[in-house]
Ligand binder design. Sequence first.
Ligand code: SF4
Length: 262
Amino acid sequence: MSKKVRHVLGLSGGKDSAALAIYLKQQNKNLNLEYFFCDTGVELPEVYTFLDKLEIYLEKPIKRLGSKKDFFHHLKMHNGMLPSPKQRWCTREMKLKPFEEFVGSDRCISYIGIRADEFRDGYLSLKDNITPKYPFIEDGLIRKDIFNILKSTVGIPEYYKWRSRSGCFFCFFQRKEEWIGLSKHHPEKFAQAIEIEKREGGEGYTWIQGMTLEQLLEHKEKILSNSKIRKQQSTKDARSWQDILIEDGQDDENQACTICSL
Ligand code: SF4
């Protein structure tokens, strides 16, 4: 007897996957969705808070998946080579593998929150039992719609005040000003990232190419002032940070894996 097709939706702690889960629930299509989150154990604290909130709204548990070994084990296995855009072992080991194990050989449809106004590929599993589905593209939902869905339900994740994507606190995809944001909002996490860089980076590996986090702090004023110039318009008006984010914000997540930050 053939098994039923599973419907799965991966939540990253980011806005698009959360909005997709809410959107599909509101559509009441009775998909019996299985929600999951691939937890690296080193995510931003706000991600965990947001997922708890979302879980209450969805009225269904978000299954926490994870690698059997922690980040530091994998770091050791990669000879202390910090993950980077070119060496993204973290995504492979701690996000993609747990997802593929979760699905196993079951036939499943994986719902992905890529929007109609962006051009990027979701994680396309090479496993032929997993079929991706893009409801926002099919229904023509764009960035503004996603924020409206969140604003009217669980709210926008708090980290968007200072960072443009979810994921690990030390994610190498964050901009320099976001690293400075980490030092302000989570000084203990920033200190931990420095420690990892010093202890494990060893062979010249740094989180930011060509610069240590301590050097970043030395250039803090200049980085912040450059960032302020870029955001000049938003500093002049009296809109809330949520409205500024919706109206002026840009998504530069394209380079990051959708399973981490969508
Ligand atoms: S969020 Fe960043 S550091 Fe974490 S697994 Fe994804 S790419 Fe790697």
